[in-house]
Ligand binder design. Sequence first.
Ligand code: GRF
Length: 180
Amino acid sequence: MSIVVLISGSGTNLQAILDAGIPIKFVMSDNHNAYGLERAEKRNIPTLSQPRLKSLEKSVTKLCKANNVDLIVLAGFMRLLTPGFVSKWKNKIINIHPSLLPAFKGAHAIKEAWEYGVKVTGVTVHYVNEQMDEGDIIAQKIVNITKKDTLETFEEKIHKVEHKLYPTIIKKLLNDQNTN
Ligand code: GRF
């Protein structure tokens, strides 16, 4: 029962997964400078960074097969995985997105929801398909935007919900796989 985590940046969701005690086999990144790599190294988790997407995908496949990995977890991974990779790992790749999909897809979901003036948005965990921020929805949590919020406090609320929801869902999926 284990996962790999793919990141591109700061890795606060990775940190939440680490803090929840979920066993991570590897942390992989397309970005050598991703701070999340340091978070993993501090916990003695092997890391690998590879800016070339195809090479990264090859390494992920190899390591997942060699280590019986159950789930590939995207946590702030900013690249679109190739259709070949996605079909190989159908229903084994999940992502977290800071909106109630299908609203506000893309890299600027929080800012766009704020600028649009929505009163209700949230967080989505979903299976990954070959499109950006698409695939079957696993879980969603609502976040309300109130008059008191600023973009900063709203952003904090979103991340707080993410950091609770993602580990909970990952644990559930791993348990379900174990009992099937
Ligand atoms: C999160 O908001 C996540 O929903 C989105 O990218 C952000 C990653 O943040 N996919 P972090 O690297 O986990 O801090």
